[in-house]
Design a protein around this ligand. Sequence first.
Ligand code: E4P
Length: 217
Amino acid sequence: MKFFIDTANLDQIREAQSLGVLDGVTTNPSLMAKEGITGQNNIIQHYIDICEIVDGDVSAEVIAVDFDGMVKEGNNLASLHPQIVVKIPMIEDGIKALKYFSDNGIKTNCTLVFSSGQALLAAKAGASYVSPFIGRLDDNSTDGLNLIEEIRLVYDNYAYQTEILAASVRHTMHIVNCAKIGADVMTGPLSAIKGLLNHPLTDIGLAKFLSDHKKGN
Ligand code: E4P
């Protein structure tokens, strides 16, 4: 399972990268705004900075919602760095844009996916990644993990190559459960990734090993 970090915070991206288990980064306009990154030049420089920290794919989202605008913006984003993946919203013109980028060898991430029907369309359009937002479904009394299971079934039925990128991951058990049901990738906060480290028996066991070692020396 690939681990992406879902942030535009460079310190957190550096920390995740230093763990040695990071495969990529996802951003969105809200995450960029949260870090105070505004204005086209600053946004572009920020994407380049992120690409220089990590080894893997970096999703950069288009703001345009019409086909021509998405193509223009996506081509500009893709030209910034070979690691850029163009993030396209799940709307009608978005499907056309996914097909355009797929035909032109540019990687894409179809975002704001909330149903298996939408995921099927994204795969048929040739998206590299599909991003079902599991946390936002959970927020609306709908089991986000069920959607990952449904998409896994649909994609496996037809051997679609689109990777399932479980997004809107909020906590550690989301990651564990996504791994159990076969999501290809998860994107979540650093806290959820580092939460995988935690177990009290590890801490107790290590303290005992170290104190026994001290006694014996
Ligand atoms: C995905 O790429 C999105 O950036 C993200 O996972 C959304 O998460 P949120 O629902 O916590 O905002």
